[in-house]
Design a protein around this ligand. Structure first.
Ligand code: R5P
Length: 249
């Protein structure tokens, strides 16, 4: 038994949903802790069925499951896995959700609309999670949607390393493709000591985006656009076009 295994002393259990099996396996290899045997399968009508095939009574269980595309299926898997673990008397259940779906619906954009991020937080909590671990939440305030602890980890150390390897830092400007992403872009800019630019994006209808203005100096610069969600891709494409146009003007 290696040092790390001895330290875990068999009390940490890792359970993987189907959203990103490769990531769960990498985490398991890194921790030298095998994935707990669990079956996640479907009935003919696509209802999800879960069976935890090992004893988890009294154990500290981490469920690795992003609520990425197909979001509803992966969310439901996470909820059912959590319920199964709770009913198996796990001591603590941490939902590890690297990509937190529904996060952009964190406020009412208009009358008679939902706050789906809050609903999802309620679902995860009521299913039985004791903690949530996620990466670069769309908005930090979503942590407050939970009454359980949320660890919001940052991917920036990995990105900074990559940017430093690929770019001449003196020429780089970090660009937020919309006003809502400024905190995220500023975080990266600060770490690599680069200037910041902002695209003033106006969205007329959901799923469509329209770029209005580039705020900041981008002429002759290597621009790094940073965003947390690519849905239609419109935001990033329009931002890139606006930057090229501004560079030519
Ligand atoms: C918006 O708040 C998000 O950060 C993304 O900019 C947005 O969800 C991207 O969507 P799309 O790819 O459809 O433009």
């Amino acid at each position: 038994m290696s040092g790390r295994q001895a330290k875990n002393n068999g009390t940490i259990k890792l359970v993987a949903g189907n959203s990103n099996r490769a990531l769960a396996e990498t985490i398991a290899a890194h921790l030298e802790t095998p994935l707990t045997k669990a079956t996640v399968r479907r009935f003919a009508d696509m209802e999800i069925f879960v069976e935890i095939e090992e004893n988890v009574r009294g154990q500290d269980v981490f469920v690795v499951q992003s609520t990425s595309f197909p979001t509803n299926d992966h969310l439901m898997e996470l909820l059912i896995l959590t319920d199964a673990l709770r009913r198996s008397s796990a001591r603590r259940i941490t939902a590890v959700i690297p990509y937190f779906g529904y996060a952009r619906q964190d406020r009412k954009p208009g009358p008679r609309t939902p706050i789906s991020a809050k609903l999802v937080a309620n679902l995860i909590t009521h299913a039985g999670a004791d903690r949530v671990m996620t990466v670069d939440l769309h908005a930090g305030q979503i942590q407050g949607f939970f009454d359980i602890p949320v660890d919001n980890l940052y991917a920036s150390p990995v990105m900074v390393r990559d940017v430093k390897e690929r770019y001449e830092l003196g020429k780089v400007t970090v660009v937020s493709p919309d006003v809502g992403g400024v905190v995220r872009a500023r975080g990266l800019a600060k770490r690599i000591d680069a200037p910041l630019a902002i695209i003033d994006k106006r969205r007329e209808r959901p799923g469509e985006s329209e770029v209005m203005n580039v705020i900041g100096d981008v002429e002759g610069r290597d621009c790094i656009l940073i965003d947390d969600i690519v849905d239609s891709g419109g935001t990033l494409c329009n931002a890139a076009e606006a930057l090229l146009k501004k560079g030519r003007d």
